[in-house]
Design a protein around this ligand. Sequence first.
Ligand code: GLU
Length: 192
Amino acid sequence: MCGIVGYVGKREAAPLLMEGLRRLEYRGYDSAGICTLNGGPLQVRKCVGRVARLEELLKQKPITGSLGICHTRWATHGLPSDANAHPHKDQSGKLALVHNGIIENYAALRSRLLRRGHKFLSQTDTEVLAHLVGYHVEQRLAKGKALTPELLADAVLASTREADGTYAIALLHSGLPGFLLGARRGSPLVAG
Ligand code: GLU
């Protein structure tokens, strides 16, 4: 288990988030990733290896916005790889999620989502959770509800009721460019 940092405020998120990841490096990790929002689609950069490598990637392909999440990963489900690094997106590509911990029943959840037509790009339990939250968001939107922070929180609650294990997560949705959501079960998460 490694680290999650999120930021929502007035400043550029990426430099603050990267500073957060540097401070968490002592915990050990195999890959790192970041996602910011600037009113458009999700901007995701992630790679296997050191935080310094992610910094190089950001120099080549910068990301912008004053809302973001980032992560250092210690692989439990799926090898260390660019594809398995967090953040992971849901099926719609509008939601990004970072996660520390383990979803114990991820295989059963994954099978259920596969039957519903979901396509996965990684071997992680985390991507299953991203898709599960996305599924609950889409279910609510299909009933004619508007995308709001409350709707997203409700979808996360529904997902955490289904997902067994100990974990902390942070996520954002491109339709809610000022909103960052964190949740935890057992694992620590600090808001400040
Ligand atoms: N189980 C997740 C994975 O393998 C998260 C691991 C972690 O806590 O960094 O990607």
